[in-house]
Write a protein that binds this ligand. Sequence first.
Ligand code: ZN
Length: 73
Amino acid sequence: MKYFILFVLLFILWAYLKKSLKGDSEEDKKLVECSECGVYLPKEDAKKHINWSKTIYFCSDECEKKYVESGKK
Ligand SMILES: [Zn+2]
């Protein structure tokens, strides 16, 4: 009985890990909008920029630079 409980717990953990790993890869294929020029691109190709508590995305370094410079004004 003791081993059965352990097996169930391991199964739940395995199912949870499998689900979370799959969720991450699907998340990376989502399209995100460049905050500077409005172009849509896959999240995995986008440049991630953490601005305070929210995460914004850019299509290139150039756009990120423009966004940061305009934000300073
Ligand atoms: Zn852009």
